[in-house]
Ligand binder design. Sequence first.
Ligand SMILES: [Zn+2]
Ligand SMILES: [Zn+2]
Length: 202
Amino acid sequence: MSSPHRPLDRRSGLVLDTHELGRRAGAMKQIQTSVDAPADLGIAVIGVPPGSPIELDLRLESVVEGVLVTGVASVTLAGECVRCLTEISGEMEVDVQELFVYPGSEATEDEASRLEGDLVDLEPLLRDGVVLDLPFQPLCRDDCQGLCILCGADLNGDPEHTHEQPIDPRWGKLAALADDRSSSAVSSSSAYRSDNAESAQG
Ligand SMILES: [Zn+2]
Ligand SMILES: [Zn+2]
């Protein structure tokens, strides 16, 4: 995905030095550390805040073709509910299991990650792992009622929410559009109609 010739930044916490392993098959190194999250780790509606801590619990193992990296990266998430726009946060664990082959090795030509000198870069792995596991439509809760299509009020805190005033025709058009897409919008506009009928009788 990213260019294999991009020089790695040793200062990045996600770039690990395997020098100690000395390319001796069987040599092993445990890494438990906290590093700063890079930018753009996630999708538009939810992701890992840049600079937030990523907890790495990894094992680096020297094998014949390269270095096998296995373990877990724990990240924090921040985003917003796609229905009501409330901020949501959470945590996620990303499994890491990747063979980084030595430069010049013929093993698994296309798919494999490669060492650059003694360095391995976890960022592309983490990026793929995080993005694959994220919910594309994050919700604050499964039955989130969303926002009122007329005024934007949060219907979770006000389920009886209705409007007394007739709908401005321009808004009515919008409401009809939203009706097609959202069941909560349908219930809120029918509540409006029954409410209006009662006041006409009384
Ligand atoms: Zn919500
Ligand atoms: Zn409203």
